[in-house]
Design a protein around this ligand. Structure first.
Ligand SMILES: Cc1cc2nc3c(=O)[nH]c(=O)nc-3n(C[C@H](O)[C@H](O)[C@H](O)COP(=O)(O)OP(=O)(O)OC[C@H]3O[C@@H](n4cnc5c(N)ncnc54)[C@H](O)[C@@H]3O)c2cc1C
Length: 433
């Protein structure tokens, strides 16, 4: 009997340390600096403030925990990472201080799995040391969730590969030292077998940032999601990651983890919103009593608590599944939490915001900013609909069509069969009445 919902006491001590450290040392960074600076390694804070914090994390043995010991992490696995990410999710800077920020964490994972020794030395090691940041360049302006529409091409030319085409929403390209670019290498086979992954230093000639697209609340030009054109960009043949045509097989390693890490951090954001909601409900007086005494407010608190508990259990279960079977077999569990993430974030943050009234809508509380993450969670790493399709397809695999015209649950034939089964008893009962 192995169902167990407890945390090891030794790991709980680590979580308590993380909680205090993030509260006292990391969250102030969010209050003092723009979240863009998380990735901008040219900024002063990356020389002065952040390295000593990262040192403390390393001393505690908590650096880059998603990676195995051979790569400088502790190989904690997804379950422990889920518990950590619930805390790190409170702060934009925290994942970077702990060496597990997206997209670098996912990029490091695929480099670790598929990189050659030279690629690991050149790209992975500085990434693990926190010296550089990286970018993942897959989505195109005309196509995101359907790779069959991808047009960016990569062709072999002697000792080099030539990349030509456009990419869209390549996050942090402006701060990255290299990008992992997915491009079609063989248009004559299905895209899932004809796409390759290339390691491309961002200072390679031919790269043009058309513009840095911002999210809705950012000023034009201040965004960090690049619209990039690769104009006949040449890289050495050894910059191919894995083999030709393997991009989607490799991407699965990366996207699975990335999706669930967003969900883990969202558990933390929702908990934070619930904390704010409860504190406000106990503090604000209207019509002679605190809001917490109003049944409609109690309903909001109860619904939020229940929803968060359900979501958290699903995230933990998905993390556990990944630890047992890997992200390929666990794709349905990942898809389920991916679908739930924006929904739960929306519901809980909206209720918290609403209970705060005008203050909740203001720029003096973090709630509007947290709420604005909701549509992002529904789109980034694939839209909700696509993940629902994954869930439905997996669910349907264990079913088959009914044999006759009527469903197998149709009552008349089942009642007839049951009556036959108990015919002796039923006849005896009729005879007695
Ligand atoms: C904040 C953020 C960061 C990102 N960072 C990166 C990055 O670093 N690198 C990168 O390569 N990409 C990145 N992306 C892009 C992201 O992966 C894509 O936005 C996503 O895959 C969806 O593609 P799309 O935007 O082209 O939407 P589309 O594919 O055009 O989909 C738009 C809508 O169409 C509907 N739809 C699509 N498919 C289906 C379907 N099968 N059934 C029913 N309805 C459907 C859905 O309503 C969907 O929301 C990022 C996106 C965001 C928001």
């Amino acid at each position: 009997m192995a169902w167990d919902f407890t945390t090891d006491p030794e790991f709980q001590e680590k979580l308590d340390w993380i909680d205090e450290f993030v509260k006292n040392e990391v969250e102030p960074l969010d209050l003092a600096f723009s979240s863009h600076l998380v990735y901008d390694r040219t900024h002063e804070i990356h020389r002065t403030i952040i390295p000593p914090l990262q040192e403390q994390v390393k001393k505690q043995g908590l650096w880059a925990c998603h990676l195995g010991p051979d790569l400088g992490g502790l190989g904690f696995g997804q379950l422990k990472l889920a518990l950590m990410n619930e805390i790190l999710g409170r702060s934009s800077f925290a994942p970077m201080v702990f060496g597990c920020q997206a997209p670098d964490s996912g990029n490091a994972e695929i480099l670790a799995h598929y990189g050659t020794d030279e690629q690991k030395a050149k790209y992975l090691q500085p990434l693990l040391d926190g010296k550089i940041v990286s970018c993942y360049s897959m989505t195109e302006p005309q196509a995101g969730s359907d790779p069959q529409e991808f047009k960016c091409r990569v062709t072999r030319d002697g000792d080099e590969y030539v990349i030509d085409g456009e990419k869209w929403f390549s996050s942090n390209f402006r701060y990255a030292s290299f990008a992992i670019v997915m491009a079609v290498s063989d248009p004559d086979v299905p895209v899932y077998q004809g796409t390759s992954m290339m390691l491309v230093p961002t200072d390679t000639p031919g790269i043009e940032i058309i513009r840095n697209v911002g999210l809705g609340n950012e000023k034009a030009g201040e965004g960090s999601h690049a619209y990039v054109r690769y104009n006949q960009v040449r890289v050495p043949a050894e910059n191919l990651l894995g083999g030709e045509g393997q991009a989607f097989a490799i991407a699965q390693t990366r996207l699975g983890g990335g999706r669930i890490h967003h969900a883990m951090r969202t558990v933390g954001s929702c908990q934070r919103a619930l904390d704010m909601m409860c504190e406000r409900a106990l503090s604000r007086v209207t019509q002679g009593e605190v809001l917490a005494k109003k049944q409609m407010v109690q309903e909001k608190i109860a619904d939020s608590y229940i929803q968060l508990a359900q979501f958290r259990l699903m995230v933990m279960h998905a993390a556990w599944t990944l630890d047992q079977v890997g992200s390929k077999t666990g794709r349905m569990e990942i898809a389920m939490v991916k679908v739930l993430t924006p929904q739960v974030l929306h519901d809980i943050v909206y209720r918290a915001l609403h209970i705060h009234g005008s203050l909740g809508t203001s720029n003096e509380m973090p709630l509007m900013g947290m709420w604005a993450m909701m549509p992002v969670m529904g789109i980034a790493d694939g839209p909700t609909e696509v993940h629902k399709v994954t869930v439905a397809r997996q669910v349907l695999k264990s079913y088959k069509p009914s044999e006759g015209m009527f469903p197998s649950a149709h009552l008349p034939p089942r009642i007839e069969a049951a009556r036959k089964k108990f015919a002796d008893l039923l006849e005896h009962e009729v005879a007695q009445h």
